[in-house]
Design a protein. Structure first.
Ligand SMILES: Nc1ncnc2c1ncn2[C@@H]1O[C@H](COP(=O)(O)OP(=O)(O)OP(=O)(O)O)[C@@H](O)[C@H]1O
Ligand SMILES: [Mg+2]
Lengths: 203, 123
């Protein structure tokens, strides 16, 4: 596997398309256990990201860096700082490197560390971390393939339904947060599903 | 004089609090960052970053109070980006905490003194 600049741009564009398709669904999920803005926040921010991807980039790191700064200032809410930090850490991790499977795993590891630090949170708190952590596990396996990556993210996303939120807005709902998917986990599933798609197409 | 920065999801909340503090202590420097880009409920990194820069531009530092989750994350990130050591984010109640801080700032207490008072009162 080798993720090029073009693949990375393709990944982010597909993620943006997915977010704009699923905007209402994500906000609906957030309305149940939050303030109902996750879809709007993400769609607005990544629309801007997509519009900024037409320039020239020397390496994958530059694409991710630009994404990070746009996400930080355009997404808003909690997902702005969290996804912004994640993209920034990925960008720093692959600076000057070709992105093969091992580098990709290191990037996701750095991003996950950044999200945890920013959110002061751990696995099992019904957040996007509950998708990022298992995805990292899969990426660290020697012989992962696109299908397994997508499946891991999807199953992890579904598991957030039964969890009780202890971080973020949803934590105020305590046990009542059970029975609802975490919106940030669902958007993170889309991110990795689109990554898997790009890898599956030969990245 | 130590400055005060109020970060909230609601522009009205921090405007109201600003009014409340100024009614008691007229000459304290209070900066607010409330609401998202368009002034709706939410938080906005650029707005908060500009506010951190403004609050940190004095000689004696500033204290940052916030209301909920992402206000804290955005403020933390802004302080890291701006790299101002004298701007401190605190997790004390935004109304009572900023009130105490405003009174102490107005009588010339230092950043460390005010932090100690806040800890004693709300820690
Ligand atoms: N402390 C945290 N750590 C990790 N993830 C978090 C944390 N807080 C929120 N999240 C994630 O962010 C998602 C919510 O993002 P959203 O953009 O809706 O922010 P928000 O909760 O509305 O922010 P705000 O604090 O402005 O209300 C959650 O579904 C969760 O996955
Ligand atoms: Mg929300």
């Amino acid at each position: 596997m080798q993720l090029t600049v073009e693949d990375t741009i393709q990944w982010l564009k597909q993620f943006n398309d997915r977010l704009s398709e699923q905007k209402d669904y994500l906000s609906q999920l957030d309305r149940a256990i939050g303030d109902g803005d996750h879809g709007i926040n993400m769609a607005r921010g990544f629309q801007q990201v997509a519009e900024g991807l037409d320039g020239d980039f020397d390496e994958v790191s530059d694409v991710l860096k630009k994404t990070a700064t746009t996400v930080m200032s355009k997404v808003g809410g909690a997902s702005g700082p969290l996804y912004g930090t994640a993209f920034l850490k990925m960008s720093m991790e692959c600076k000057g490197k070709d992105v093969d499977a091992a580098v990709l795993a290191d990037m996701v590891e750095a991003a996950l560390g950044g999200i945890k630090q920013r959110g002061k949170s751990e696995e099992g708190e019904k957040t996007m971390i509950d998708v990022w952590a298992p995805v990292l596990g899969t990426l660290q396996e020697e012989d992962f393939d696109a299908e397994r990556l997508k499946q891991t993210a999807e199953e992890a996303m579904q598991k957030t339904e039964d969890m009780t939120a202890t971080k973020g807005r949803a934590s105020y709902f305590k046990e009542k947060s059970q029975g609802h998917l975490d919106p940030g986990a669902v958007s993170s599933y889309y991110l990795f599903a689109e990554l898997a798609d790009v890898i599956g197409k030969g990245a | 004089m130590v400055g005060i920065l109020l970060v909230s999801h609601s522009a009205k909340l921090v405007e109201g609090l600003d009014e409340l503090l100024k009614q008691v202590v007229g000459d304290v420097s209070i900066v607010t960052a409330g609401g998202d880009e368009d002034g709706n409920i939410g938080t906005h990194f650029d707005k908060i970053q500009a506010a951190v820069e403004e609050a940190g531009s004095g000689d004696d530092g500033a204290l940052v109070f916030y209301d909920l989750g992402s206000a804290k994350m955005n403020a933390e990130m802004a302080i890291e980006v701006v790299e101002s050591e004298d701007v401190r984010l605190v997790s004390y109640p935004i109304v009572e905490g900023s009130y105490l801080a405003a009174v102490e700032a107005s009588i010339g207490k230092s950043l460390d003194d005010i932090l100690a008072s806040l800890e004693k009162e709300f820690g």
